[in-house]
Design a protein around this ligand. Structure first.
Ligand SMILES: [Zn+2]
Length: 339
């Protein structure tokens, strides 16, 4: 094994000389089994994996990201995973118990909430368990529906903030390296290849932040209404205000009183578009839009697994929903827009 690696390194070294800075790995990287909890993590994680790796998304597209119940197939996937990437912060109820139940000695676990310092590091089981208890009552429930960022707990939708996603990339990349080290070991050239892959992906994620910054700058200070409280982080990051959310709780439809309150906020704050989410029934949101005389757009918190496509569609939806000239023309506002 060692001999082969050395020989291959020498061969690759020669190739470098010939192909001017285009070294090829001595040996292909072995594939990994990777599990992520929600679809958008797929797009953030997959580009960092060796070719041929298996990536399993536990929560299927089309359903909401809250209140997921792990199934036997999920436990099986976790039991053979080399790397697990999750959000934490109570988004995945019972996550900690599930991880304990399926623990493997060399499995790398990356919690987004931990990576960005919103949750203590692994080992403090009480944190996840405690957050999990909020599931029945839901973290957004304390929302009056119009206070934007006033959360009971930190906003769990970390993947909708490109800056936080850029922080996640190197940690996942490191987990991939560690996993490969314990699995088969890594040659110097393989390490270089992994580092290049990480650099390319980091640039791609950083470009998303740049696009949001640049294209939302002219719209700074505008108010939005979202379907549930999933977009407070990008709003804050890029200078928008969440004037109201249609569903104070992600588990129940708004009451007539809440609907009336959102309509009032829409009028007061000059909101131009109500952003519905594909995972929810749009009726209440559309009623609000009609009552307030504004348009309807779509902001998708989850997507189908392609994080880049998701972020571009959401950015385009914001531009379209907010980007009209200052004299508001409610009658002209667009109808539902699928990302
Ligand atoms: Zn949510």
């Amino acid at each position: 094994m060692m001999g082969r690696a050395v020989l291959a390194c020498v061969a690759a070294g020669i190739a470098v000389g010939v192909a001017a800075g285009q070294p090829r790995p001595a040996e292909p990287l072995p594939p990994l089994d990777v599990v992520v909890t929600i679809p958008p993590l797929k797009g953030l994680v997959q580009p960092l994996l060796p070719m041929g790796s298996t990536l399993t998304v536990l929560m299927p597209p089309g359903r909401g990201e809250h209140g997921y119940e792990f199934k036997p197939a999920d436990l099986a996937a976790l039991s053979k995973a080399d790397v697990v990437v999750f959000i934490g912060l109570g988004l995945e109820p019972n996550l900690d118990a599930v991880l304990r139940k399926t623990a493997r000695p060399h499995r790398q676990e990356v919690g987004f909430g931990r990576v960005v310092g919103l949750e203590p590091a692994a080992g403090d089981a009480k944190v996840d368990d405690h957050a999990g208890h909020d599931h029945a009552g839901h973290d957004h429930d304390d929302h009056g529906g119009h206070e934007g960022h006033a959360h009971a707990g930190p906003d769990q939708h970390l993947w909708l903030d490109p800056v936080l996603c850029a922080d996640l990339v190197p940690v996942v990349a490191q987990a991939v390296v560690k996993s490969l080290e314990t699995k088969t070991g890594l040659t110097a050239l393989q390490r270089e290849e992994l580092a290049r892959t990480e650099a390319v992906h980091t640039v791609a994620v950083t470009r998303v932040d740049e696009a949001w910054r640049k294209r939302l700058a002219p719209l700074a200070g505008r108010a939005i209404v979202t379907h549930h409280d999933a977009f407070s982080r990008p709003a804050e990051r890029y200078g928008l205000r969440v004037a109201a959310v249609v569903r104070g709780s992600h588990s129940t439809e708004p009451t007539p009183g809440q609907v009336a309150e959102v309509v009032r906020a829409v009028k007061k704050e000059g909101v131009r578009t109500i952003f519905i989410e594909p995972q929810f029934d749009p009726k209440a949101a559309k009623r609000i839009a009609t009552a307030a005389g504004v348009g309807v757009g779509t902001l998708d918190p989850l997507g189908d697994g392609d994080w880049f496509k998701l972020m571009e569609a959401n950015l385009a939806a914001l531009e379209k929903g907010l980007g009209e000239p200052d004299a508001a023309q409610p009658g002209k506002a667009d109808s539902a827009r699928k990302p």
